[in-house]
Write a protein that binds this ligand. Structure first.
Ligand code: GN1
Ligand code: MG
Length: 369
């Protein structure tokens, strides 16, 4: 039993449970929120303590999620699917609200638990990654008709790499933790790529890329896979669903999944970019979402992978320099280790750029897009 939840009884009462869970297990996949599985002896629920330092408008965020999941459930049901397994289901508190604010001011929410399913932390075979691509491609296609203007921006400028770079530079110049000395080479690596940061934002300004409803956090571990069929059934972690670029979702998936090692692997020799996984994901994604994409959205796929990886690297390094105030860490150098894997991947992607472009062209020809 994880006894991190000091207000367990209060939560149970707020959600109308009259018995205690037989077990409470913490899920450690995410870097932001604290997630627990409450098992009531068969019936399971997910409880999450939302990090309100990161998500500063939690009520609007939950309204987004209720709106999105209601919308998706109808589409899934109309197609003969099972909305309870293929979509997150918010469990309302006793008072009907999709969240509960505890007496101590903690923001909690609950979802029904999708049983018989698992997440994957590191890609072991191309087929799983292709399946994740199909799930994210479908997700994007299903949300194409969602009224984007009704969505609150849960984190402004989330993938605006220009503003991410400005934050990073500020972290370096403030140097509040005194850690800049430990990562001079990494800082220089990022600053040498300044011109990459504005490529997509400039295109948005010139109306060369369409804004869509996107997920914005398409890590492989934000997809659930069915234990029996191995199929990717449900896209989770909907906190950052906002208007964005399809390229953010594609690029972030490649960043995390087309690596041969975990995001926090310390041995950089093990961290390599996998062309095989890149190809598998691109095939899955273009086969589901491809026909709806514009020419620029396809052309910039390889670049988006590099940009999202660079952006994530600068976020990890910036947080390390700021003294670890954003991402959860398990040891003092954790964010530095994470940043190094991302920068290693960026340099590999730069080498593989022509091959990635060739692969996209071949896949387009195969699919007739
Ligand atoms: C965070 O919450 P989680 O672990 O799925 C972060 C993403 C990063 C990712 C890096 C709201 O995602 O943007 O890409 O860590 N989410 C937020 O692993 O900042
Ligand atoms: Mg997550």
């Amino acid at each position: 039993m994880d006894n991190n939840i000091s207000n367990l009884d209060e939560l149970l009462e707020a959600y109308g449970f009259d018995k205690k869970p037989v077990s409470v297990d913490k899920i450690t996949d995410g870097h932001i929120n604290s997630t627990y599985v409450f098992d009531f002896g068969g019936e399971k629920y997910l409880f999450q303590h939302l990090n309100t330092n990161v998500f500063r408008r939690p009520v609007e965020l939950m309204n987004n999620i209720v709106g999105i999941t209601d919308f998706l459930r109808k589409i899934i049901a109309a197609k003969g699917g099972n909305p309870d397994r293929e979509c997150l289901t918010v469990l309302p508190a006793k008072d009907g609200k999709p969240y509960y604010i505890s007496q101590g001011g903690e923001f909690w929410r609950s979802f029904t638990y999708i049983s018989g399913a698992h997440t994957i932390q590191t890609v072991k075979n191309a087929a799983d990654f292709r399946a994740a691509a199909e799930a994210f491609g479908n997700f994007q296609r299903q949300l194409a008709g969602y009224p984007a203007e009704s969505l609150a921006e849960t984190i402004p400028n989330f993938h605006n790499t220009v503003s991410r770079l400005a934050d990073f530079k500020k972290a370096v110049s403030d140097n509040i933790s005194g850690r800049v000395e430990n990562c001079k080479a990494e800082i220089d690596f990022i600053l040498a790529r300044e011109s990459d940061c504005s490529v997509l934002t400039d295109m948005i300004e010139r109306n060369e890329l369409p804004l869509r409803v996107t997920h914005n956090d398409t890590k492989l571990n934000n997809v659930m896979f069915d234990n029996d069929t191995g199929k990717a059934i449900c896209v989770v972690d909907l906190d950052t669903v906002m208007p964005g670029l399809s390229l953010y979702d594609f690029g972030d998936s490649i960043r995390f999944g087309a690596s041969t090692a975990a995001e926090d692997e310390k041995d950089l020799d093990k961290v390599n970019f996998s062309m095989e996984y890149f190809r598998a994901y691109t095939e899955g994604y273009l086969s589901t979402a491809g026909k709806a994409l514009t020419e620029n959205e396809i052309k910039y796929l390889p670049f988006s992978a590099k940009l999202m990886t660079l952006e994530c690297g600068m976020r990890f390094l910036g947080d390390y320099i700021n003294g670890d105030t954003y991402f959860g860490i398990s040891y003092p150098e954790h964010n530095l280790v994470r940043a190094r894997t991302q920068l290693k991947l960026v340099s590999e992607m730069e080498k593989y750029m022509p091959e990635m472009e060739k692969a996209v062209a071949e896949i387009r020809a195969e699919l007739g897009i």
